[in-house]
Design a protein around this ligand. Structure first.
Ligand code: ZN
Length: 113
C-alpha cells in the first residue's frame, strides 16, 4: 500500500530529525495531506495509527489535516481549486498546475521532549 510506505518514510524522517536534536519522545505530530495528493486519507490515517506502534512516536498525539487545494490564477487573480485533468481557471481558462504542496503529504511540525 502506497500510504503505508509514505507514512513509514514520514516516521523515519521525524525520528531521524528528532534524534539529531536530542529529542527522546515525540509528543505531537501534524501531518498535512494536500487535497490533490494521490492518497486515500482514510488509509493514511490508518497507517499513521499503526506504523507508530513500537516507535518513539507511539505516545504522540497525531493529527492529520487536509489542505484544500486553492490556487490563485496568475493571469486574472481568480482564486479556485484546480481540477484534474485540465486545471483550468474558471474565469479565463488559463491552465494552473497545482503547487507541489497541494499534491504532497508532508510534515507540518512535530513537538517532542
Ligand atoms: Zn484566470
Amino acid at each position: 500500500m502506497h500510504e503505508l510506505s509514505l507514512v513509514e518514510s514520514i516516521i523515519e524522517s521525524v525520528e531521524h530529525d528528532a534524534r539529531s536534536r536530542g529529542i527522546k519522545k515525540i509528543t505531537r505530530l501534524r501531518v498535512v495531506a494536500g487535497e490533490l495528493a494521490s492518497v486515500s486519507h482514510r488509509a493514511l490515517s490508518f497507517a499513521l495509527e499503526n506504523v507508530v506502534r513500537g516507535t518513539f512516536l507511539e505516545q504522540a498525539n497525531i493529527e492529520l489535516a487536509v489542505k484544500e487545494a486553492w490556487e490563485s490564477c496568475p493571469v486574472c487573480q481568480q482564486k479556485f481549486k484546480p481540477e484534474p485533468p485540465f486545471y483550468q481557471c474558471p474565469e479565463c481558462g488559463k491552465t494552473v498546475f497545482p503547487s507541489s504542496e497541494n499534491r504532497q503529504v508532508y510534515i507540518d511540525f512535530y513537538e517532542g521532549e
